[in-house]
Design a protein around this ligand. Structure first.
Ligand code: NAD
Length: 286
């Protein structure tokens, strides 16, 4: 059984990026800049933002924090427009969820698509669906990168993605089914209305769980030798756990991600990759 070590893989990605960023910063006289907007005091969001700031530091990216206790829709939109104009800002990340009363889609739509390092702007979603270059959402792109680094190619294999959210399930299903490296899978996208989820999973060579229910995928749902990627992060009384019941599934899987230490660190590493890509676009390197 192969443990897909996202923590170590993400460290390698950050290290490689650091070397590239050092050369680019020297050449262009400035570091890539990532503006991070955090509204409110959600503790989980604060942890995510802190981890992203640390990753920026590791990679030689300048983190430009905008932490505000509260904001009106109008104020938040004004801040996004200001960051769109700021030449030192290559990427804009708005930590979700926003506090109640703020319209996140309206804000996401305002972010300059060339600074949309989260890949949530409709232009980038459209580019993904057309198979055109553009920013890909960090979690699915991080998952694909993790598979690549372990030489686990889903080409010609059956893949089941559980969950159809706009930030994970849907883009991941699209990325896996496209042509290109570490793709070309035959994908089934399952969700809360799937008739027989366990039967779909038992057919799969690759399972990607993005459901948000602790230990939802159990050993009896998994084919012998499958690759199982657990995107879930659930806070329970017993601590953090994924959407996969690690103990029962690892007995059957060829490879599996742990939680924590699997997809989470890869997501943050991908945000760094996307920020450096944005920088290259802005300085004319790409
Ligand atoms: P979401 O709540 O937006 O979507 C969950 C999806 O699961 C829905 O599409 C729903 O149809 C499906 N679902 C719910 N119940 C189901 C059932 N009984 N059977 C089959 N499908 C069912 O969640 P999300 O934002 O996609 O996140 C999913 C999980 O991934 C969460 O635990 C979240 O915390 C985690 N997450 C992790 C990262 C990371 O970096 N590791 C990033 C984003 C999300």
């Amino acid at each position: 059984m192969i443990l897909l070590d996202g923590k170590e893989t993400a460290r390698q990605v950050r290290e490689e990026l650091r070397q590239e960023v050092d050369v680019l910063s020297e050449k262009y006289g400035r570091k890539p800049g990532l503006a991070v907007i955090l509204v409110g005091d959600d503790p989980a969001s604060q942890v995510y933002v802190r981890n992203k700031e640390r990753a920026c530091e590791d990679c030689g990216i300048e983190s430009i924090p905008h932490k505000i206790s509260s904001a009106t829709q109008h104020e938040l939109e004004g801040l996004i427009q200001e960051l769109n104009r700021d030449v030192k800002v290559d990427g804009i990340l708005m930590q979700l969820p926003l506090p109640k009363g703020l319209d996140s889609q309206k804000c996401l739509d305002l972010i300059d698509p060339d600074k949309d390092v989260d890949g949530f702007h409709p232009v980038n979603v459209g580019k993904l669906s057309l198979g055109l270059p553009g920013f890909r959402p960090c979690t699915p792109a991080g998952v694909i990168n993790l598979l690549k680094r372990y030489d686990l190619d889903p080409a010609c294999k059956k893949a089941v993605v559980i969950g159809r959210s706009n930030i994970v399930g849907k883009p991941l299903a699209m990325m896996l089914s496209q042509s290109g490296p570490c793709a070309n899978a035959t994908v089934t996208l399952c969700h809360s209305r799937t008739a027989d989820l366990a039967a779909e999973c038992r057919e799969a060579d690759f399972i990607f769980a993005a459901v948000g229910l602790p230990k939802f995928v159990t050993g009896d749902m998994v084919k012998e030798g499958a690759v199982v990627v657990d995107v879930g992060i659930n806070r329970t009384d017993e601590g953090l756990c994924g959407d996969v019941d690690f103990e029962s599934v690892k007995a059957k899987a060829h490879a599996i991600t742990p939680v924590p230490g699997g997809v989470g660190p890869m997501t943050i590493a991908q945000l760094m990759v996307n920020t450096v890509e944005a920088f290259k676009i802005h300085v004319g390197e790409k």
